[in-house]
Design a protein around this ligand. Structure first.
Ligand code: AMP
Ligand code: GLY
Length: 419
């Protein structure tokens, strides 16, 4: 089968490497991909948000199966366009992708169907929002309604911070139209767990759990980023928690979406917090997480293409999805200064025989050079978490580029929790 993967980061590289191992996988194209992905797929010079051009490319090049990975094209309706053109595509349609595209939608869905989440209020009027934060309990979390590259969530420790958060989002429009509405919600505490799942709209099959490290600096300090590293499985996600999540969160969400006429097919990501009152939903994503995918897919033993096709066709069953008992660790190597400002264009040297996913690099005269904030996702698997972490950092020691920055404590909290 000729396959087109839409997107161009470390997540897409991990998806492509997993697809290459599949029985029916033929040539893989990637739009736009990146200089590192070029080794594993034929790059197509079309941006992920250029969804009409993507559809035209898929039709003209007789693509048999398409995977749309990033949030933007999914929320814009890329899957609808591709399906209408007769291209079988993995991913939710526009109606279902709203579960990530609008936080107000997802919060209202959870309220309506009794799915555990933080208490909240939604505002589309700045004065009302400011009025509310005068009296609400503190700390409080202020979120832009729409997509904001993972940066539209402001955790406010004081009332003044809450006031300026509302102003930043609704008046200054720091996240553009995504800030036309805000969700203001209760601050929850507890360890976070990411669970990606395959769902065909009826059956939901969770993948191995994982833990992201969102903050830029060691010890979970510094700014929020897209993710500085991941481990899998997440030790906080015990069998007991998993059962509770299936019963109270995963199945109710799939059924709720179907009942709303928004049947979700694809990868549904549950961002969970294990609070003292049990697991609650922090966010839904309508896609594979980045860098969660980089630790989850290396542990998948089943044929990813087969799973994706069954998800598309609506014939998925839990037996189709098998993971190994092993562990994985991904250390993100970023450009110093990420997520704010950073220099790029530096040559990268890295070992050929290790599992390194390329997130932000381009080829210039055959030389791979840094081109983004997150540059590489160095990933290793091993029978235990300790070994996976040690192996990943060992591989990191063989990689070099100017201005490289990475966290030294990926997996540390998970190791402590294991004890
Ligand atoms: P989100 O983009 O919604 O996943 O939020 C980004 C991060 O903000 C999450 O990973 C949490 O660490 C934190 N966060 C979001 N909502 C809450 C909440 N209600 N209580 C505490 N932390 C939160
Ligand atoms: N790593 C979190 C996300 O993909 O949104």
């Amino acid at each position: 089968m000729r396959i087109l993967v839409v997107g161009g980061g470390g997540r897409e590289h991990a998806i492509i490497k997993a697809l290459k191992k599949c029985r029916d996988c033929g040539e893989i194209f990637c739009a736009p991909g990146n200089g590192g992905i070029a080794k594993d797929a034929t790059l197509v010079d079309i941006g992920a948000k250029d969804i009409e051009k993507i559809r035209d490319f898929a039709v003209e090049n007789k693509i048999d199966f398409c995977v749309v990975a990033p949030d933007d094209p999914l929320v814009m309706g890329a899957v609808d366009l591709l399906n209408e053109a007769g291209i079988r595509t993995f991913g939710p349609d526009k109606k279902a992708a709203i579960i990530e595209g609008s936080k107000a939608f997802s919060k209202d869905l959870m309220k309506k169907y009794g799915i555990p989440t933080a208490a909240y209020e939604t505002f589309d009027n700045v004065d009302k929002a400011l009025e509310y934060v005068k009296t609400c309990s503190i700390p409080v979390v202020v979120k832009a309604d729409g997509l904001a590259l993972g940066k539209g969530v402001l955790i406010c420790e004081t009332r003044d911070e809450a006031v300026s958060a509302v102003k930043t989002i609704m008046e200054d429009k720091a996240f553009g139209k995504s800030g036309d509405k805000v969700v203001i919600e209760e601050f929850l505490t507890g360890p976070e767990v990411s669970v990606l799942s395959f769902t065909d709209g009826n059956v939901v099959v969770p993948m191995v759990s994982s833990m992201d490290h969102k903050r830029a600096l060691d010890g979970d300090k510094g700014l929020n980023t897209g993710g500085m590293g991941t481990i899998a499985p997440n030790p906080y996600y015990t069998e007991e928690v998993a059962e509770e999540c299936m019963e109270k969160i995963f199945l109710p969400t799939i059924r709720a979406m179907k009942a709303e006429g928004r049947t979700f097919r694809g990868c549904l990501y549950f961002g969970l917090m294990i609070t003292p009152d049990g697991p609650k939903v922090i966010e839904y994503n309508c896609r594979f997480g980045d860098p969660e995918t980089q630790v989850v897919l290396p542990l998948l033993e089943s044929d990813l293409l087969d799973i994706m096709l069954k998800t598309y066709e609506g014939t998925l069953s839990p037996e189709d999805v098998k993971f190994s008992d092993g562990c994985a660790c991904c250390v993100v190597m970023a450009s110093e200064g990420y997520p704010v400002s950073y220099e790029k264009g530096f040559p990268i040297t890295m070992p050929e025989d290790r599992n390194i996913y390329v997130a932000g690099a381009k080829l210039e005269d055959g030389v791979l050079k840094t081109s983004g904030g997150r540059v590489l996702g160095v990933t290793e698997t091993a029978p235990t978490l300790r070994e996976a972490i040690d192996k990943a950092y060992e591989t990191v020691s063989h990689v070099s580029f100017a201005n490289a920055y990475y966290r030294k404590d990926i997996g540390k909290r998970a190791l402590e929790a294991e004890k």
